[in-house]
Design a protein around this ligand. Sequence first.
Ligand code: ADP
Ligand code: TYD
Length: 206
Amino acid sequence: MSVGRFISFEGIDGSGKSTQARLAAAHLERKGVDVVLTREPGGSPGAEEIRRLLVEGDPERWSAETEILLFTAARRDHLEKTILPALARGAVVITDRFADSTRVYQGAARGDLRQLVDQLHSAVIGRDPDLTFVIDMKPEDALRRGLARKSGEDRFEDMGLEFQIKLREGFLRLVGDAPDRCWLVDGARDAAVVAEEIASRLDAFL
Ligand code: ADP
Ligand code: TYD
């Protein structure tokens, strides 16, 4: 039986999700909580292999359908190998992205495929986080932050500003659709200030 808590961080590229996921995990660890910090695409050895196929190379490398299958395959492995075992032992799992990213990114790229995303999710994933922090900020500013990193994993950033604007709208819609699960955070502030807000929300939640 799952007794742990499952928490995700979502938002457009460069919004500060990874930074905030890390700070949230450190906050809970300081309090003695058993925390597993993980990410998508990836989070298990098999899913990390699939990640490389997804985040590197030509933006046109995969069709939207193939991309949805690859993200879902990676997520299933992540869930089986990392997330569910950790929840079963009572840990708090913090993931940098989860199924909301597929809903928003693949939904933004091809809105007509949202049904496929939802069908696959219910067939092979069937689980959403208990709490989701959606870090919101202007795409222009986030893109500047993200590309400054030069990570070599910029396939999605390379899709441009228009795409990031659609993504932001998608994430805001998502918060509207699932207000009980999602917590909207203004990411345009100093990282420490954002982290403080998230830590107090986490403390209240746990
Ligand atoms: P994401 O995971 O959403 O792509 P990151 O956490 O990797 O974002 O942050 C992207 C870049 O912006 C990194 O170089 C990071 O150090 C920087 N950064 C993160 N949060 C802030 C912030 N609140 N203010 C300024 N820079 C930030
Ligand atoms: P990530 O490493 O989180 O990128 P970043 O740190 O730049 O935010 O994710 C890699 C890319 O994969 C990112 O651009 C978002 C995209 N993505 C999807 O399109 N669908 C998904 O289901 C997931 C999990 C990620």
